[in-house]
Design a protein around this ligand. Structure first.
Ligand SMILES: [Ca+2]
Ligand SMILES: [Ca+2]
Ligand SMILES: [Ca+2]
Length: 161
């Protein structure tokens, strides 16, 4: 956990609004493409590639900040539409967009102003490794159980069950 990027991601994960996406249960539900209850690294990498292509609106093989933030904002607004209070909605939108901007900076490892597939996959691999607690190349119930055991033991980790 001494890697600076991991440290930054840890800081981001500590913020409550993004905690959900760092739950192994959510990870499993979202990334299990073939529905066998497990996410292999190959499956996850493929899913990330599909996501990359989807976000790369002008198909130039790079995610610009506008593409990255635009895609996130679209999803965020759909989610926030359930919030009735307009002020709260606006506040949450601004807060989460600020975080998304920080995430963009973290993903853009070589700081050239855009994210290429390699950078996108490198960040994905770091995330996969965090969820794959027993390091067997598969995220499944066993990893969620390990995360639950740690939580019961009072440990506060990056990944919640
Ligand atoms: Ca692009
Ligand atoms: Ca870059
Ligand atoms: Ca595992």
């Amino acid at each position: 956990m001494k890697h600076p990027l991991v440290a930054t991601l840890l800081t981001l994960a500590a913020l409550p609004a993004v905690a959900a996406s760092h739950s192994s249960t959510t990870f499993l539900a979202e990334q299990d493409l073939n529905g066998d209850g497990k996410v292999s690294l190959a499956e996850f990498t493929l899913g990330r590639q599909v996501e990359f292509v989807r976000i790369d609106f002008n198909a130039d093989g790079q995610l610009s900040e506008a593409e990255y933030l635009g895609e996130f904002e679209g999803r965020l607004m759909a989610r926030l539409s359930k919030t009735a209070d307009a002020d709260k909605r606006k506040e949450e939108l601004q807060r989460q967009m600020r975080q998304a901007k920080v995430r963009f900076g973290v993903l853009d490892a070589d700081k050239n102003g855009s994210i290429n597939l390699e950078e996108f996959q490198a960040a994905g691999l770091r995330m996969f490794k965090l969820h794959d607690r027993n390091a067997d190349g598969m995220v499944d119930e066993a990893d969620i159980k390990l995360a639950e055991d740690e939580r019961k033991a009072g440990k506060k980790g990056f990944v919640s069950p």
